[in-house]
Write a new protein. Structure first.
Length: 61
């Protein structure tokens, strides 16, 4: 995956998360949980995109 695609996806996810946080009325706890879930999903996606997750999952002792 080209680097420009990664940057574009990160910008889109960031803008969508900002829009949800600012313009959708929710309880602060729900917003915090939503933010944590989105950040964890993006980190896992980035690890898979850079191939780090594949090497970790295929690690044998």
């Amino acid at each position: 995956m080209p680097l420009i695609n990664l940057v574009i996806v990160l910008i889109i996810v960031g803008v969508l998360l900002w829009l949800v946080n600012n313009f959708i009325p929710m309880d602060a706890k729900i917003k915090r949980i939503l933010n944590i879930i989105v950040v964890i999903c993006v980190v896992i996606w980035l690890l898979k995109a850079f191939g780090v997750m594949d090497s970790v999952l295929n690690f044998r002792l």
